[in-house]
Design a protein around this ligand. Structure first.
Ligand code: BGC
Length: 809
């Protein structure tokens, strides 16, 4: 246990504009970039790749106008050419869960059509796979599609933290946990970029709601920013080096993300080593000159030349150093050239293969939330498929990420011709209207069946980019349908299609719940595979499902007041809050069931005592104790047992997904460095570990910890402390030597409490209470109390003399 002295350590120490623009040569492989960048005068030429020196030379041959022009898009999706110098622009496209390449008029809101492609499962779903390899494979597939379609950068992944379940865009984001988000984003980026196609890590920073996203300010304290909102970007930038980062629309602490040098330059580049270019979210630039100075290189789409002119004027009138412009152009050309140099003009991809991959990914991501001995279903059971989503699943969310899927499978279609499957539509999705006739038909089908599988979820209109949900409920017509079926059929499985948590008033009255999220175009096949046990479910929730929206920590302040959104819950986001409050949740972070069972044993740590500079190795054995093969996500959380800083009970610091045959055992190993134990100390502007005991918690979910060890970590960094007359005795007690020197001050104050109470007059019990009260009261008094309340034995000179000494310790 941490000593009292340590405990007392105080460290004082929508879119708003649709740009319809003609896209030049946008068909597959029509754009030929045989020549990367070449200049005509012979200095730099040919198809060889350009060195940094060549690019600098090239820039030196550009006019001011050409350079300014290169810092914004040619149209909605292309960067500019400079024909005179044979500089070729590249195409960028959304992202993140498929390729939305617009062949005709372009817009950034998913309004106009795009070329047929493969809709992979949404980010919310894939994060639940906790499977790095799987995400990497998806990234590789996306990279192949980009090469085939001549798209140089795919606009994703999105790592904005799920602060509230009602953010309309949560389906596009990975998790409520920064570590998990960073890990998943890393593999996505590495997968795509292994194909020599860039990614755009977005939306930097703190874009956690859609409401007023282009004007609101996310007001967040520094420690929370570091630990929660910056951390997913930090991990992904450092681990995976995305070619580009997309700034968000919103402001952070009053400054637009598009023109905030603290984040765009000091942290992103100088601290994390980002070496690509920053692109604005579409239309996010407010002051173009400020944004360029702050570190935003490329403005998208284009301001039709207006902002380019402002750059030119600023250079001419001396308010912008031309070197800043040159550097921006160099960064843009360097990255674009990376794509052009490695362009595979003959690339193609097999759509059918990617369709199968999309199915595999969702089958390994969906989360079995509840199973009272009902799943897997028997293939011989008479089963009623109920609900429109059985026939037309909701596979993705609305807005800029909307993919034109080349085909979609539904569970009903996969089971077509099976004599034991009946179907009833149950509800419609266009409007939330209870249709008694549809419900009656569904109830009849449920009555006649052995099992009713209700395909429920959120219709498109309920969640999308551009606006948030106002509640966390399913449509009334669906809840009503489920309750009517409960009245006639005890064997019910609910299959959910939603981008973010929903309330489940019927949770105790159904036997099975399978969460598909928005599962991409082959979700129908995957659903059938899991329902009937051909695939054993292995997803785990990457976010908490609260019982009701009001339980969510951001609930009181979520939409903010006008344009001010205070993140008053601080670091207590998601399970960090529910755990600290000891609140019941519907389903906890990390939860997910399997058709088999796993046993955890032999948790070991490489040392019981470490320094914060050491690496701790943690090992645990996992055995499949059931009858079928399965995959388990082993989760490791770290908790600081006692801290002078207000910290979460525990935080995810490692996870591993393993595959085990029945009876098989595997050892999983984790390495924990300093960061696993640290919090962000704003006084020293660095991550800091407080000396003391830490719990190493290994489990099946954040609320199902099955093995635990406690270790001691010694800090190697002394926090700066300067004592003044206003420092409390508690502050001084942190250092026993300092306290020893302050003893005369303490005694002078304590004397006050003893006045009038002599041992003859009071009982021993009373004296004990008095001593404790005195200690507690004096502890929190400033050292100058020896003067204010002292017995006159201490002078100011003596007080200053003691201060002098303790500050020199
Ligand atoms: C979205 C981005 C998207 C961009 C281009 C914006 O509205 O916020 O995520 O990449 O449009 O479509």
């Amino acid at each position: 246990m941490k000593k009292l002295s340590v405990l007392l350590t105080v460290f004082l120490a929508l879119g708003q504009f649709v740009f319809a623009a003609g896209i030049k040569d946008a068909g597959p492989q029509k754009q030929q970039h045989g020549i990367a960048i070449a200049v005509e005068d012979g200095e730099v030429s040919g198809s060889e790749s350009l060195s940094p020196i060549d690019i600098k030379k090239l820039i030196s041959q550009m006019t001011l106008e050409e350079k300014a022009g290169l810092c914004s898009g040619r149209n909605v999706w292309f960067t500019k050419d400079v024909e005179r110098l044979n500089v070729t622009g590249i195409m960028v496209s959304d992202g993140p869960h498929g390729l939305r390449k617009q062949a005709t008029g372009g817009d950034h809101l998913g309004v106009s059509g795009s070329v047929a492609a493969v809709c992979f499962p949404s980010a919310a779903a894939i994060a639940a796979s906790f499977d790095r390899d799987l995400i990497r494979t998806m990234g590789e597939a996306l990279g192949d599609e980009c090469q085939a379609e001549d798209v140089g950068i795919i606009l994703g992944p999105g790592v904005n933290i799920k602060r509230s379940p009602i953010c309309g865009r949560n389906f596009e984001f990975l998790s409520e946990d920064p570590y998990l988000s960073a890990q998943m984003a890393t593999d996505y980026i590495q997968g795509v970029q292994s194909k020599n196609v860039g990614t755009s890590l977005k939306h930097f920073l703190a874009n956690n709601q859609e409401y007023r996203r282009m004007s609101s300010s996310s007001n967040i304290d520094e420690r929370t920013l570091r630990e929660i909102y910056l951390a997913p970007f930090e991990g992904a930038v450092i681990n995976a080096k995305p070619w580009t980062v997309m700034c968000s629309y919103n402001k952070v602490n009053g400054v637009y993300s598009s023109q905030n040098p603290l984040y765009l330059t000091d942290i992103l580049r100088d601290e994390w080593g980002f070496d690509g270019y920053v692109v604005s979210d579409w239309g996010a630039v407010s002051d173009r000159v400020e944004s360029l100075k702050s570190g935003l290189e490329l403005e998208m789409p284009s301001s039709r030349g207006i902002n380019d002119k402002r750059i030119v004027e600023a250079v001419k009138n001396g308010s912008l150093d031309e070197k800043i412009l040159d550097r921006a152009v160099e960064r843009i050309l360097t990255v674009n050239n990376r794509y052009l140099d490695n362009r595979k003009p003959d690339a193609t991809y097999d759509k059918e293969e990617h369709h199968q991959l999309a199915g595999k990914i969702i089958s390994e991501s969906m989360v079995l939330l509840k199973n009272d001995d009902i799943l897997p279903l028997k293939k011989t059971d008479n089963i009623a498929f109920i609900g429109k989503f059985a026939d037309k699943p909701r596979i993705q969310g609305g807005g800029s990420s909307h993919i034109n899927s080349f085909k979609v499978t539904s569970a009903l279609q996969v089971m077509e011709g099976a004599p034991n499957i009946t179907y009833a539509k149950g509800y419609d999705v266009e409007q939330d209207i209870i249709d008694e006739a549809l419900i009656r038909e569904a109830v009849e089908a449920a009555k006649r069946a052995d099992v009713a599988v209700v395909f429920a979820g959120l219709p498109d209109i309920f969640e999308s980019e551009g606006y948030d949900r106002s509640h966390m409920s399913l449509p009334n017509c669906q809840n009503k349908l489920i309750s009517e079926i409960i009245a006639v059929q005890p064997n019910i499985v609910v299959v959910l299609h939603n981008g973010s948590p929903v309330e489940m008033p019927w949770v105790n009255d159904v036997k099975g719940i399978l969460e598909l999220y928005l599962g991409g175009q082959n979700v129908g096949q995957a659903t059938v595979d899991v329902l009937f046990g051909d695939v054993n479910p292995s997803g785990k929730l990457a976010e908490t499902f609260p019982i009701k929206l009001e339980d969510n920590p951001s609930y009181l302040f979520y939409f903010g007041e006008k344009d001010i959104v205070e993140y008053r819950e601080g670091v207590f986001v998601g399970y960090r809050y529910y755990d600290k409050k000891d609140l019941d949740v519907l389903f906890p972070f990390g939860h997910g069931l399997s058709y088999t069972t796993f046993d955890y044993s032999n948790l070991t740590v490489s040392a019981d005592n470490i320094k914060d500079t050491d690496v701790l190795t943690v090992k645990v054995d996992i055995t499949n104790t059931g009858q079928v093969a399965g995959k388990e996500v082993v989760q490791l959380y770290v908790g600081d047992k006692e801290s002078t800083v207000i910290r979460p009970i525990k935080e995810l610091k490692g996870f591993e997904k393993i595959s085990l045959n029945p009876g098989e055992t595997k050892t999983v190993s984790f390495d924990l460095g300093k960061r696993a134990f640290a919090y962000y100390n704003t006084e020293i502007s660095d991550w800091h570990v407080e000396t003391g005991e830490f719990d190493i918690l290994v489990g099946k979910s954040s609320r199902d910890i099955v093995s635990k060890k406690t270790i001691h970590v010694e800090s190697t960094v002394a926090l700066p402390v300067v004592y003044t007359i206003n420092s409390s005795f508690a502050d001084v007690m942190v250092n026993p030597k300092a306290m020893e020197l302050c003893k005369p001050l303490w005694d002078a104050v304590a004397a006050l409490f003893n006045e009038g109470e002599t041992s003859e007059q009071s009982s021993p019990e009373k004296q004990a209470i008095l001593a404790e009260m005195t200690a507690n009261m004096v502890k929190v008094m400033p050292l100058r109390a020896a003067i204010n309340f002292g017995d006159g034995s201490i002078s100011f000179e003596q007080l200053n003399d003691i201060l002098d000494k303790i500050n020199k310790l």
